[in-house]
Design a protein around this ligand. Structure first.
Ligand code: PEP
Ligand code: MG
Length: 757
């Protein structure tokens, strides 16, 4: 492929357009045209076949016998690498490249340089388009751009050829299918599904209507107009949220406004706009240019492990969808039938709010993380949500019936009649149960034999403050201060933090609140977080460790907390304390800030989270110095059993209700009681009825949990004879010493007692 006059790409695209329009396009004609127009000695097409094999299906320049025979596994050789990683391979000397996989039948040993681009459609890799030259050289950026544009046209051609196969695979789409994943927001929804392709928005298609521009100037103007209208749309969305003040407007909660503000910044980011503009300059229509950039983003996302970077990219994908909708004149959105379950690969925050306003009842995403923007909003809206349901979008037809059982982390598509009937019954029972729980809201959590257990909330966003009233919780046992910052994508300044914390204290109206200082790092990263390059970030430079090494941020947070308290009582707890020295250093920072405070708190309580096992061996010192301790079983379990809390494979393996953990907690309760130090537990375990009963039997009198746990746990306590469970638990622990978990015998006893778990 030699350097060409600037008009060459345009002529090539014009000829391709002609070929496609006349219907004479075939793969051999395609490679022939390309090799000629690009003056390259070889032009080849590899297509991805079932079994992850790339087959050479057309070539101009390689030995004809190789066509239909030469195969490479995904990831094998440079072509395989291009497809597996969806990245352009631009190499001046392939023969000496370590990844080169030589196939003698092709005769390609004569060619030195290679430019291979992935062929993708609707974010799926279909194959690879490659050109080769004898002379060793690096291809220019313009050449790469042209070949990528041509690859989009090729993708349409391949998709048309695959039409017959697709019709066959549609036959499978009548059978029931189950998808697992991670439940990000619990709940149950039964209804028709609405599957969204990667860029399917507001009635748009999976691929752009036209790929090649007749007049690039016209496309440039269309793009500029659409960008303006998209940004105006986002401004409107934010204004709508802003109008809501502290409350809600028509289903738009105000807290996600922070998310939307961050989103607006991304929308005005010049980088991705420029990429779309460049794609238009390369000869694509505005729609095709957006598709191309979005496709690249999607692929980029697959390669990025960092969850927060992935979320940023998801936002960009969401924006690409909005831009397409603007280009297509915002066609009428599809009707959302009652109970609709939305299926999508990923979803951005603004889009989720749009769909929620149209009445969806739940959503299942193929990707997405618990701390992602969509999850934060779904949680705030109480929409059942499943993530990681891979393959669900393609397996579904619009209108198929589905059951989204986010409690059990599964999506059942086209359920069999028996499953349908069982879930319909469960849904009725659930409504009845919710009504029964309602009456418990006003009552304190008391066991049948009269013991009171304080139930507190774990929250992190202002919108969740409404849960104080909704659940009748007695206070906030864990305010995760990092969540609002993660939602915003940046550390809030002192004034912003002060406003937020004051709002929390106002809403609590005298009820206890334990503010936990920033617990960032590990999987909770802000976009501009310092890269630590650690192999095990959960055990690395995170949380309080960062706070102590870089005290400026922690001190500002402590100042904001003291200002927010403004003379009221304040409780601050430090996360991930591993040694008493760390606790003392953190407390000293707090005391230094308090000493400078004009209106110090009426009562300042300083606590530690107990989530690193080593601290248990400095417990006497801690009990002598801390005002309270809160056990974080999520981390404690992971460090006790050396089992990653985020790994689905570890999820069922080690149990809070196991002899080592129960022994540990038992001893902790006894020693804290002897020292007169308040003890609570705020790991997820506290919100599960069976665990909550067991913890109460061990002697915990305060538990802090997600909002969804409060009423079920209260209901379980109301049916519990605590004294009886204490006796039974002692026996179960004695006889089950060597068991990996005591869950079953405890649950069996609870069921016998008629306690609903
Ligand atoms: C815990 O580790 O149990 C805890 C409550 O903290 P987080 O889940 O925020 O790490
Ligand atoms: Mg923790």
């Amino acid at each position: 492929m030699a350097a060409r006059a600037p008009s060459a790409p345009r002529r090539l695209l014009a000829r391709l357009r002609e070929m496609m329009a006349r219907g004479t396009a075939s793969l051999p004609a395609f490679v022939h045209l390309l090799a000629g127009e690009l003056v390259s000695e070889v032009c080849s097409i590899y297509v991805l076949r079932p079994g992850e094999v790339l087959l050479l299906v057309a070539s101009e320049g390689l030995n004809p016998e190789a066509v239909g025979h030469t195969r490479l596994r995904l990831g094998e050789g440079l072509i395989g690498l291009c497809a597996a990683t969806a990245t352009v391979q631009n190499l001046p000397d392939v023969q000496n490249h370590p990844a080169f996989a030589y196939r003698p039948e092709t005769g390609e040993d004569r060619y030195a340089s290679l430019l291979a681009v992935p062929v993708r459609r609707a974010a799926r890799i279909l194959g690879v388009l490659a050109v080769q030259n004898r002379t060793p050289r690096l291809f220019t950026e313009d050449e790469v751009e042209v070949l990528e544009t041509v690859a989009m046209v090729l993708a349409e051609l391949l998709a048309a050829e695959a039409g017959a196969e697709a019709a066959e695979s549609r036959l499978d789409r009548r059978l029931a299918a189950r998808f697992g994943g991670a439940a990000l927001v619990p709940g149950l929804a039964i209804g028709p599904v609405l599957p969204l392709g990667p860029l399917w928005r507001h009635g748009g298609d999976a691929s752009p209507p036209r790929l090649l521009a007749d007049d690039p100037e016209v496309e440039r103007a269309r793009l500029a107009a659409a960008m303006g209208s998209m940004q105006a749309g986002i401004d409107e969305l934010i204004a709508g949220a802003a109008l809501s003040g502290a409350g809600l407007t028509e289903g738009v909660p105000d807290a996600p406004r922070e998310v939307l503000e961050a989103y607006r910044l991304i929308a005005t980011d010049a980088g991705w706009m420029r990429r779309v503009q460049e794609a238009v300059r390369s000869g694509l229509t505005a729609e095709a240019a957006v598709h191309r950039v979005a496709g690249e983003l999607h692929e980029g996302m697959r390669r990025v492990a960092d969850p927060y970077l992935r979320e940023r990219m998801a936002d960009l994908e969401d924006l690409a969808g909005r831009l397409l909708a603007a280009l297509q004149g915002d066609r009428a959105p599809p009707t959302v039938l009652p109970g609709t379950i939305l299926l999508a690969r990923r979803l951005g925050p603004a889009e989720l709010l749009d769909w929620q306003a149209r009445g969806i009842a739940g959503l299942a995403l193929e990707e997405g993380s618990a701390h992602g923007h969509a999850a934060i909003i779904a949680r705030a809206l109480g929409l059942p949500m499943l993530a990681g349901a891979r393959g669900a979008v393609d397996a579904a037809q619009p209108g198929d019936l589905a059951i989204l059982d986010a409690d059990e982390a599964q999506l059942i598509l086209r359920p069999e009649p028996e499953a349908r009937a069982a879930y319909a019954r469960a849904s009725v029972a659930r409504s009845a149960q919710a009504a029964r729980w309602e009456v418990l809201r006003e009552r304190p959590a008391t066991t049948r034999d009269g013991s009171h257990i304080q139930l507190l909330l774990n929250i992190g966003l202002p919108v969740e403050l409404a849960q104080l009233e909704a659940t009748g919780a007695e206070g906030i046992g864990l305010f995760r201060t990092e969540i609002a910052m993660l939602a915003r994508g940046a550390v809030l300044d002192v004034d912003e933090q002060t406003t937020l914390y004051a709002r929390v204290l106002d809403a609590a109206a005298g009820r206890p609140v334990a503010f936990r200082t920033l617990d960032l790092g590990g999987d909770k990263l802000l976009p501009d977080a310092e890269a630590t390059g650690e192999a095990n970030p959960a055990m690395g430079w995170r949380s309080l460790r960062v706070g102590l090494d870089r005290p400026a941020v922690l001190r500002r947070q402590l100042r904001a907390l003291l200002r927010a308290a403004d003379g009221r009582a304040l409780a601050v707890m430090f996360p991930m304390v591993a040694t008493i020295a760390e606790f003392r250093a953190a407390r000293a920072l707090l005391q230094a800030e308090a000493a400078q405070c004009t209106r110090p708190p009426a009562r300042l309580r300083v606590g530690a989270m107990l989530e690193v096992p080593a601290l248990l061996w400095q417990l006497d010192a801690l009990l002598a110095e801390a005002d309270f301790i809160s056990v974080g079983t999520n981390d404690l379990l992971q460090f006790l059993f050396a089992a990653d809390r985020g790994s689905p494979r570890m999820a069922q393996r080690y149990d809070v209700l196991s002899p080592p953990m129960l022994d540990l907690l038992d001893e902790l309760v006894r020693r804290a009681a002897a020292a007169g130090v308040a003890l609570s537990l705020c790991g997820e375990a506290a919100g599960h009825p069976l665990e909550a009963l067991t913890l109460a039997a061990l002697g915990f009198t305060s538990l802090s949990m997600s909002a969804g746990g409060i009423l079920p746990v209260k209901a379980a306590f109301a049916a519990l004879d605590l004294a009886a469970l204490r006796t039974v638990l002692a026996t179960i622990r004695r006889t089950g010493r060597d068991e990996p978990s005591l869950r079953e015998p405890i649950a069996a006893w609870a069921r016998e007692q008629g306690i609903s778990l």
